[in-house]
Design a protein. Structure first.
Length: 547
């Protein structure tokens, strides 16, 4: 097999760097790397990894906020046929040690502010050969190497032959248990994302990586290379895949946002100043503050200039119709609300100023390779009203790293077709769209009835004064569990429980309506916007005097 036929991200990005060396690849604050600079720094760091004794297939953990160094470290790992491992910067010692050890990482690239946390678990991660510290001055962690000094001193690693079967892996926290590594081969992963990206933008569909060069050059010549900003963390699939991998593979620019604390005003200012065309967010958690900031700026007579914007991408958390319409009031964009997980994409809801007049929250159209099936693999008929499991037959992972049992449970074969079955339930409507119900692991069982939190959350969040909501089950002597809403209000709003109950009961069957309503200042979510049902339940239990 010739090198140009290998669908490997290192090969693809080297092709891009050769095609448009002077185009910008990464922008973060005062740092601006052209593709020539980006590729060279990655090659230098790749040589640092090789000199440390890392062989093809070895793992490199990246423990960092959004930064240029994060992306260079990832590119460098790909170049040396290594597997970068994403570490959630919110992890404390237990989860941090688990990911480094479970992934068999032999190197850790980290920001200096995390040195003390790594020092605490040093005796648990003895297999790590190289600690590369990103920061000013000498490393804080004993025995670590300065990232800047190592990269500056290294000669660029020569381009090497790579394989379609090289592993790409992303760790996901999921809803239960310790983080798991979801494995893809480079060919399945990169070719699927690139082909979908080209199709979405009306570009020629490449049959091999070398065909990307003229596409990339054509976009650059027309000043149409994508300028994309992942507003969410690079450590999660949504930010990395949609915000970096796709635009990079088309010769585009990743404009990084300092995500340590979400600031909608700062985000919108960056979009305006960098003429960002595409932004990647995580549902209402990002969209609602953005809409509030846009409204406030307009009211002050200093509206943000959103004329460069063409696309808003979201995944991972509910993106309500109300929030979409609020965003569309300020920018004429296409909204792509994807449903899926690290284990694969299942469907998408596409909206614009015209279509959002009738669009519904949590209503998606299945991808051509996805199905709704029963536990035993029977395909559910459209319009039957029967709930089933969402199954993705497109970009299916190899499995979970070192977890054969969980792999067999999640990646199943029905009718000779291999599917990813993460555990999400939905109803296939007569028109071919799906109504998302939620994940079985968060399902509330009340009196023998299964209630999916997302369905109830959608109804509650459609009440104008509600800002955010999570639904959990708390112990109930009669029904086993009682449906309980943990919600927050919009600033300045007062919500009557009676009014909220009346609203919800007009939308849902009586058994699905919450028995308890718990108002909180802030609904618990992770930095990437994903629901923290454990903490939401703790809030409910404490407020209701059950803890």
């Amino acid at each position: 097999m010739t090198e140009t036929a290998v669908w490997h991200l290192a090969n693809i990005w080297e092709t891009v760097a050769d095609a448009v060396p002077d185009s910008l690849a990464v922008v973060f604050e005062e740092k601006r790397l052209t593709w020539r600079d980006y590729e060279r720094q990655a090659a230098q760091l790749a040589q640092v990894f090789v000199d440390a004794g890392l062989k093809p297939g070895a793992k490199v953990s990246i423990y960092s906020y959004n930064s240029v160094e994060y992306l260079v470290a990832q590119f460098a790992a790909f170049k040396a046929r290594l597997c970068p491992i994403n570490i959630n910067y919110r992890y404390l010692e237990t989860e941090l040690a688990h990911v480094i050890c479970n992934s068999d990482s032999e190197a850790v690239v980290y920001q200096s502010e995390f040195a003390s946390r790594l020092e605490t678990i040093r005796d648990q991660i003895s297999d790590v050969k190289l600690f590369l510290e990103v920061g000013e001055g000498e490393p804080v962690l004993a025995g670590a190497v300065s990232y800047n000094q190592a990269v500056t001193a290294a000669d660029p690693m020569p381009v090497i032959a790579r394989s379609n079967d090289d592993i790409y892996m992303l760790y996901t926290g999921g809803t239960t248990g310790l983080p798991k590594g979801v494995m893809y081969d480079h060919k399945t992963f990169s070719s699927s994302l690139i082909m979908k990206a080209c199709q979405l933008r009306g570009l020629p569909i490449p049959t091999k990586p070398s065909e990307l060069a003229p596409i990339v050059q054509s976009l650059a010549k027309a000043d149409a290379s994508p300028i994309c900003m992942p507003a969410c963390p690079l450590m999660h699939g949504t930010g990395m895949w949609v915000g970096v991998v796709i635009p990079h593979s088309l010769g585009g620019r990743a404009v990084l946002f300092d995500n340590r604390k979400f600031d909608a005003h700062a985000l919108l200012t960056l979009i305006q100043n960098e003429s960002v065309q595409e932004v990647v967010i995580v549902g209402d958690v990002f969209a609602k503050p953005m809409a509030a900031a846009l409204n406030a700026a307009k009211a002050d007579g200093k509206p943000f200039d959103m004329s460069s914007m063409k696309m808003v991408n979201s995944s991972g958390v509910m993106f309500s119709s109300e929030a979409k319409r609020d965003i569309l009031d300020h920018m004429d964009v296409m909204i792509f609300d994807s449903m899926g997980s690290t284990e694969g994409s299942i469907g998408v809801s596409v909206g614009s100023r015209d279509t959002m007049k009738t669009d519904q929250t949590a209503r998606f159209r299945l991808s051509p390779t996805s199905r709704v099936m029963t536990e035993d693999g029977r395909e559910i008929e459209a319009g039957s009203g029967e709930a089933g499991l969402l199954c993705n037959g497109g970009m299916v992972p190899i499995g979970y790293y070192k977890d054969e049992a969980k792999s067999a449970e999640t990646f199943r074969t029905f009718g000779g077709v291999r599917y990813s079955v993460p555990g999400d339930y939905a109803i296939l409507e007569e028109d071919g769209t799906i109504t998302l119900l939620g994940r079985g692991s968060t399902c509330v069982n009340s009196g023998g009835e299964k209630i999916f939190p997302e369905e109830v959350e959608e109804a509650i969040k459609s009440f104008g004064a509600v800002y955010d909501c999570l639904v959990v089950g708390v112990p109930d002597e009669r029904f086993g569990q009682a449906v309980t809403a943990v919600f927050s209000a919009n600033s300045g709003e007062t919500i009557s429980d009676a009014d909220l109950k009346t609203h919800v009961r007009a939308l849902l069957a009586d058994y699905k309506a919450p028995r308890h309503y718990v108002l909180t200042n802030k609904v618990p979510r992770a930095d990437n916007g994903k629901a923290n049902y454990k903490d939401a339940k703790a809030i409910a239990m404490d407020t209701l005097g059950m803890s």
